[in-house]
Write a protein that binds this ligand. Sequence first.
Ligand code: GN1
Ligand code: MG
Length: 366
Amino acid sequence: MTNMNNEFNIANKFCYDGYIVSIKPIGAGHINKTYLVETTKEKYTLQLINTSIFKDPEGLMQNIFNVTEFLKEKIKSRGGDIKRETLSVVKTKDGCLFYKDKENFYWRSYIYIDDVTTYQEPKNLIVTHDSGYAFGDFINMLSDYDMSTLNETIKDFHNTVKRFNDFEDSVKNDIAHRTSNVSNEIDFLYKRFDDCNIILDSIKNGSIPLRVTHNDTKLNNLLFDNTTDKPICILDLDTVMPGSLLYDYGDALRISGSSASEDEEDLNKVHFIMDNFVSFTKGFLSATKDSINEMELSLLPFSIKLITMEIGMRFLTDYLNNDIYFSIHKKDHNLFRARTQFKLVAEIENNLDEMKRIVERLGKEL
Ligand code: GN1
Ligand code: MG
């Protein structure tokens, strides 16, 4: 623990059961830094909130606390286990939802959920189906949560047009002198500009409702119980905000529909798997069948393409901006990530008509 003195002092500010025995870095997120803290009695997660991205950490923690308390009531009424089926915020010894250190860094802590597995890539069709159900069920559970009380933790998070403008700026500014390496990728996005406003327009004209959504439905944000191999808990509630069901569905299939990891360098290994699409969609629809509307249903296939393009665009923008947003672990990491996304977009486009037919058929079976 010699290098962890700072983390040890921070962890000591939280209201933990027992004495701290170890602290070690864990997690695969691109944004916040995460540690596992073990005490003589319990395990906890300690997280440094990335405040260059989350500008209002206090509003963010208030969201998470309120949402998890709300979820606990729902879980209790279903007879579930509130300690395993949602996050539990651990307050500081002063009763605060976060600890602000001397350098104005914000820290938070949760009870660690043990005996679980996370998947970076879809493991099999059952896991894929169950992931679809879990993300749909999350939206259901929050369907009567008062969205006007939520702080917007990142403005315009899934505003694809705004993301495109940011991308255009990064091309114009070219601060890292990288545009010449990526002219194909830049053209790829310019050709698809017209896609960017389709979901936004439908939200504006009211044909797609705003709902309380997760907004970051990566497969590795789901915890699977080791005994049952069923998803039990959804993590990473930083971006729970009003949004569209389509963002959660599309973003999840960006990962759960892919044959390779998000940063696979060998594009020959990257494919959109139609069987995964079918299984995930069946799971998602079995959870959302009573609330999804016709317009949402018809845009499900397109949403996978749109969100995959949006995230790829964000990776490329960050590459052009000299890698200031997503953590990178090797040279050109953001470029590899962008390329896998664009490969998936191209494959989804080729399959789009068939995907629409499948969703139409599944819709009739609801
Ligand atoms: C970030 O933190 P993590 O890895 O769950 C990002 C998501 C991206 C994702 C791409 C707040 O999520 O929007 O889809 O990376 N989160 C934020 O892997 O920007
Ligand atoms: Mg996240």
